[in-house]
Design a protein around this ligand. Structure first.
Ligand code: NI
Length: 135
């Protein structure tokens, strides 16, 4: 197996929580755990290869409400995808975290674009897409 070395920067807090979760799970090797995390990321995004067809599900995200303009950008994006966005639930977790659950339904391509647009906004800390294919 050919191995590539990468160097990356990430917030110190994120690295220490990552290390904590390795320890809890019994992993000793950070590289091995990162490989598993990357594989699970790839698995979760496998559906994005799909361009045709329809589906439904939910985009679940946590974002920082104090990041300037983020809330209005999120609302604008929802208005730009009326064929995809069906319902939105908002939960204030604490001062720095809001949870949003956006129910989506429609063409896979549109759902994918919508989730990508949201994921790339600064202040969006986590995003998961539960995508359920309807046949
Ligand atoms: Ni909130």
């Amino acid at each position: 197996m050919k191995v590539s070395r990468i160097s990356m920067s990430l917030p110190s807090e994120l690295l220490s929580s990552f290390d904590d979760s390795l320890k809890r799970f019994g992993y000793e090797d950070r590289s091995k755990a990162l490989q598993m995390a990357i594989r699970s990321f790839i698995g979760e995004h496998e559906w994005t290869r799909e361009e045709e067809g329809e589906g439904s599900g939910a985009v679940v995200l946590i974002y920082d409400p104090e990041v300037r303009r983020l809330e209005s950008v999120l609302t604008e994006l929802q208005h730009h995808y009326p064929d995809v966005v069906k319902s939105v639930m908002h939960v204030h977790l604490d001062k720095h975290d809001c949870l949003q659950v956006i129910a989506v339904k429609g063409r896979s391509k549109g759902i994918k674009q919508f989730a990508q647009e949201i994921a790339k906004q600064r202040g969006v800390k986590q995003l998961k897409l539960a995508y359920l294919k309807s046949t």
